[in-house]
Write a protein that binds this ligand. Sequence first.
Ligand code: SAM
Length: 215
Amino acid sequence: MLPRRYHRIKQVLDQRQPDLTVLTEDVHKSHNLSAIIRTCDAVGILTVHTLNVIDELPEVSLVAKGSDKWIFLDSHPDIKTAITHLKQQNLKIYAAHFSEESVDYRQIDYTQPTAILLGAEKWGVSQEAAQLADGHIIIPMLGMVQSLNVSVAAAVILFEAQRQRLGAKMYDNTRLAPETYQRILFEWSYPDIAAKYQEKGECYPSLGENGEIIQ
Ligand code: SAM
């Protein structure tokens, strides 16, 4: 691998935010999920959580522009499991959801560990998910149409989170635990070789300054 590519991978990993994530609830259109993943990559999200009980998890499409290679997809069997999993990581869950208790999405402090819950294209966030969330947020709509496309809503909210985190200098130093960082760095740099090590159940070798494998 060329050193330039290795350093690019490192630069991206250095800015990943392990405590900012998205949970999609029954987002079933491939182009929507793909666009959300692409936005997550741009904002520095490491893992996208999904839940598809009505339809199957859609295939990631060309809309993702390959960003899915740099994002982990964690699929959950039901909303309770998904939200419990996120709460165990001390994430506050904000449902992008129209309700009487909704607040403007700009009122939230996204420098705190946060998960954004996004609802299905047709019927939005389920009642159960809305109840389990820590709060509800809305992007004010001043036109004739009542909602945005789900991937657009994701982008609007996530770039506000990015703005706040840039201001708090949360992208300046790596935020991943050293072991996690080294593991992902190897997997992103050498996916085929990483798969062979996984098959054998062996630890990855170390990497040199320019990404060369040190045996
Ligand atoms: N009819 C659905 C409803 O009543 O919620 C509309 C669903 S909308 C197309 C899909 C998802 O995008 C919503 O569940 C929500 O998560 C997000 N969304 C769209 N527009 C939004 C807005 N203005 N504020 C907050 N979330 C929004």
